[in-house]
Design a protein around this ligand. Sequence first.
Ligand SMILES: [Zn+2]
Length: 73
Amino acid sequence: MAFPIKTCAVCGEEFELKPDKPGFANRCPDCSADDATSAKTKRGMDADERKSLSEVNEARREAMRSLLYRKDT
Ligand SMILES: [Zn+2]
């Protein structure tokens, strides 16, 4: 019996979407299990990671901008 092949939204791996698969339909079993087991502790970490990531992006953007300005003037 063949199951539909889905692409995991988290890691990008293709997986068989089985009817009894726990977790999200767009996540492979590995990522579903990872999310289910560490959801409580990971949620705070994710928020922190996202915050520091946006800070890094902002710093990078600002550095790029000052570089561009320096080129213009
Ligand atoms: Zn995955």
